[in-house]
Design a protein around this ligand. Structure first.
Ligand code: CO
Length: 134
């Protein structure tokens, strides 16, 4: 069912410093920061030859990543995103297999303008999974 690894998201407190690390120390191409008010994060995209890294920092007062950063003050891997061909079909199949889909199960438009869903980390080895329609 799942296809390509679309991105790995790394939550950070200091987005400028994280972008600098990826650009100047690791030598990667990084985007300018993009505020995503509707998702409560600001994102820097790091382009790698085979996938992307998304550096995400809290935007606004009730960011969905605030609690994560309270637990992980140095930052850390927040989620991995896998592509699926048909997000509604993937959701239904996963539910039939006992997996929990977060929220009301209706796909939302994610950071790349495509429908996304999140799966409960307790059902997947402690890792929050994002599914994105390819
Ligand atoms: Co993501």
């Amino acid at each position: 069912m799942i296809g390509r690894l679309n991105h790995v998201a790394i939550a950070v407190r200091d987005l400028a410093r994280a972008a600098e690390l990826y650009r100047d120390v690791l030598g990667a191409a990084v985007s300018a920061p993009i505020a995503q008010a509707e998702h409560g994060v600001t994102t820097v995209f790091v382009a790698l030859p085979n996938t992307k890294i998304e550096l995400i920092a809290p935007f606004g007062d009730d960011s969905p990543i605030a609690k994560f950063l309270d637990r992980m003050p140095d930052g850390g891997i927040h989620h991995v995103c896998y592509e699926v061909d048909d997000i509604a079909a993937a959701r239904d199949a996963l539910r039939a297999r006992g997996a929990r889909v977060l929220g009301d199960g209706a796909p939302k438009i994610g950071a790349h303008g495509k429908p996304v869903l999140f799966l409960h980390p307790k059902d997947f080895c402690g890792t929050l999974i994002e599914l994105e329609q390819a």
